[in-house]
Design a protein around this ligand. Structure first.
Ligand code: UDP
Length: 479
């Protein structure tokens, strides 16, 4: 009878397929999104490359599928141009995963082999609702659609950054890009895209790299435009006008925009960290006074010269504040390990004033009462995490979308100060730390707390992101 069918349909579990771009800053929000949908009853399959493979043991309920394309590690550390190395790698991931992904997806769809134990009758009831892939994986989104699987694209940057993607051809026509090195030009306003200035736009160092970057950007726009929805890790109170402008964009007509951030606050705290976080720093934080510690981390990709690392160390040492510094292996271009730290910093560590770790449990660190400010490269995840924790930022953006994110922090949200402009220099570092942590930093601290409450509101009952998550769930159910 129809009634019985309806009940059976209700019980049938829908499966969502995920394919993150294999970088830490892209894997984290994808797993957070998977966590949200899993808690709403969806079964989860995660496709991944061998390179930067997630640790399946953290997600016993998920089904993992290795797509064994020949994806090599990107080499930003060896390359003179991080942007070029990254765009080349993104294109390579697409190319090398295409054939194996097509094969695996076809086999899985035909046999419904979603779990290691396929004969379980209950599991055979699953059917695939859609693929959610990173917007940088256009080739794989195309493959899924060819095989009859509807798609959604996750963009792991800000709404403003994606707006920049859609405006890229126009900005090239207007002559903003490729940007020239002269500093007066870099300070000029991008009239079409406030509050950006020319120097905030991602730029490549050579004409060839500029063309490749344009290709990667236009592919991401196509990936979104050909999908049923765009999922963004942002929220209305943070980027209302940027989101409104994406919703008005004629090139994206028919694409529903779901601003469901801050995702890390919605998802159960399971780890998708590629490096092992050193949790001992949390014990150390427990013993520090409230808001006394500067947390320093430049994310998973940004690299520094050894002299930058040394100046950073001297600056931190000279600032006389307490500190927790993440010195990631590979932070120094071309070297495996970070350089030895100057004696003055070793002495500060030995004296208990600070801690240096290889990788930190960042969300927990930022939420810790002892942390007073975050010196960051302004990766989008780090920015959102700091906003949610109410921690003011000191911004040293390095490449890609980071300069644009820093512009919003400094000029729009006003929850942080800029520490950029060429080489890192110890005197400037110490002054900037004093500015954000000291008495003069009251205004940025106040703004940081305001943003923290609006982030909390957005995911509270009837908050904008809570409503969006419900809409996203119905959208996926309808596919
Ligand atoms: N992260 C971490 N421990 C660290 C440094 C970073 O867990 O010591 C996490 C951080 O919480 C964030 C991600 O790594 O979720 C970095 O992403 P982001 O977009 O900030 O920067 P990216 O690494 O992509 O440049």
């Amino acid at each position: 009878s129809t009634g019985a069918t309806a009940i059976a349909d209700d019980r049938r579990r829908r499966r969502v397929l995920f394919f993150p771009l294999p970088y830490q800053g892209h894997i984290n929000p994808m797993f957070q999104l998977a966590g949200v949908l899993h808690s709403r009853g969806f079964a989860i399959t995660v496709f991944h490359t061998h390179f930067n493979a997630p640790d399946a043991s953290f997600h016993p309920d998920y089904h993992f599928v290795l797509v064994s394309g020949d994806v090599m590690s990107p080499t930003p550390a060896d390359s003179p141009d991080t942007v070029q190395a990254t765009v080349e790698h993104i294109l390579a991931v697409n190319r090398s995963c295409e054939a194996p992904f097509r094969h695996l997806l076809a086999v899985l769809l035909a046999r419904r082999l979603w779990l290691p134990v396929p004969e379980q009758e209950e599991e055979e009831e699953d059917d695939v609702a859609c693929l959610v892939a990173d917007a940088h994986l256009l080739t794989l989104l195309d493959v899924a659609r060819e095989l009859g699987v509807p798609t959604m694209a996750l963009r792991t940057g800000s709404a403003a950054c994606f707006r920049f993607f859609t405006a890229f051809p126009l900005l090239c026509d207007k002559g903003y890009l490729p940007a020239h090195e002269s500093s007066s030009e870099l300070d000029a306003a991008v009239v079409e895209l406030p509050p950006y200035r020319v120097g905030d736009l991602p730029s490549a160092r050579s004409a060839a790299a500029h063309v490749q970057m344009g290709e990667v950007i236009s592919r991401a726009v196509t990936a979104v435009a050909t999908s049923t929805g765009l999922i963004l890790n942002t929220f209305d109170a943070l980027e209302a006008s940027e989101l409104a402008s994406l919703r008005r964009d004629r090139d994206l007509a028919g694409v529903q925009v779901f601003d469901v951030g801050p995702l890390h606050k919605l998802s159960p705290a399971t780890s998708s960290s590629l490096l092992h976080p050193d949790r001992s720093c949390l014990d150390w934080l427990d013993a520090q006074p409230q808001r006394s510690v500067l947390y320093v981390s430049f994310g998973s990709l940004a690299s520094m010269s050894s002299s930058d690392v040394e100046e950073t160390a001297w600056g931190i040492a000279g600032s006389s504040v307490r500190f927790l510094w993440v010195l990631r292996p590979g932070i120094v271009s071309g070297a495996g390990a970070p350089p030895p730290l100057p004696d003055v910093l070793d002495a500060a560590v030995a004296g208990g004033r600070g801690v240096v770790v290889r990788w930190a449990p960042q969300e927990e660190v930022l939420a810790h009462a002892a942390v007073g400010a975050f010196w960051t490269h302004c990766g989008w995840n780090s920015t959102v995490e700091a906003v949610c924790a109410g921690v003011p930022m000191l911004c040293t953006p390095c490449f890609g979308d980071q300069m644009g994110n820093a512009r919003y922090v400094v000029d729009v949200w006003r929850n942080g100060l800029m520490l950029a402009g060429g080489e890192v220099e110890r005197g400037k570092v110490a002054d900037a730390i004093a500015a954000v942590m000291g008495e003069g930093g009251e205004e940025v601290r106040r703004r940081a707390m305001e943003l923290k409450s609006s982030a909390a509101e957005s995911i509270g009952e009837a908050g904008s992101s809570s409503i969006m998550v419900d809409k996203l769930v119905s959208h996926i159910q309808s596919l």
